[in-house]
Ligand binder design. Structure first.
Ligand code: SF4
Ligand code: SF4
Length: 151
């Protein structure tokens, strides 16, 4: 008899709905509202690369030693340099970094003797084309520009 009444009054359904509504309290909601709210990134996270410049004179810190390219197991960094005839110093002429092949191991960053190459905490690396994943010197120096969404 009880079983029949439970079936008639959809007892199981009501019980299920009660569980659902009981957990509708906003304090139990843990969905990240990305991209409106940016997630907290771990301190040691290695993300988008950046080629640092000297803030005093705006010149690159890179001395074109090629050590990062040699350290990279994926051979995805290409460093170009030319000798300055006046100063007799080797100067960086181009720098490319293929983010699509990078595994963010950080070996290049560790190999850099002047802290010019840095893996930042930015994680938005998506692009619409494969070519867009290859960052040139300008992109590396300006750093990633993540979109900011205002709600
Ligand atoms: S993080 Fe690793 S894979 Fe990526 S460029 Fe540096 S050395 Fe190469
Ligand atoms: S190791 Fe550092 S200084 Fe040398 S080429 Fe790479 S980024 Fe430049």
């Amino acid at each position: 008899m009880v079983r029949l009444l439970k079936t008639i009054f959809l007892w199981d359904l009501l019980q299920g709905l009660w569980v659902t509504f009981r957990n509708q309290n906003p304090k139990y909601i843990c969905t990240e509202q990305y991209p409106s709210e940016r997630p907290k990134i771990a301190e040691r996270y290695r993300g988008a690369p950046r080629l640092n410049i000297n803030p005093d004179n705006g010149e690159t810190l890179c001395i074109a030693c090629n050590l990062c390219a040699l350290a990279c197991p994926e051979n995805l960094i290409v460093v170009g340099s030319a000798r300055n005839e006046e100063t007799r110093r080797k100067e960086l002429s181009y720098f490319t970094y293929d983010t699509s092949r990078c595994m963010f191991c950080g070996l290049c960053e560790d190999a850099c003797p002047v802290d010019a190459l840095e893996l930042t905490q930015d994680f938005e690396l998506a692009s619409y084309t494969r070519d867009g994943a290859i960052w040139d010197r300008q992109m590396l120096e300006e750093g990633p520009k993540p979109s900011k969404y205002l709600s």
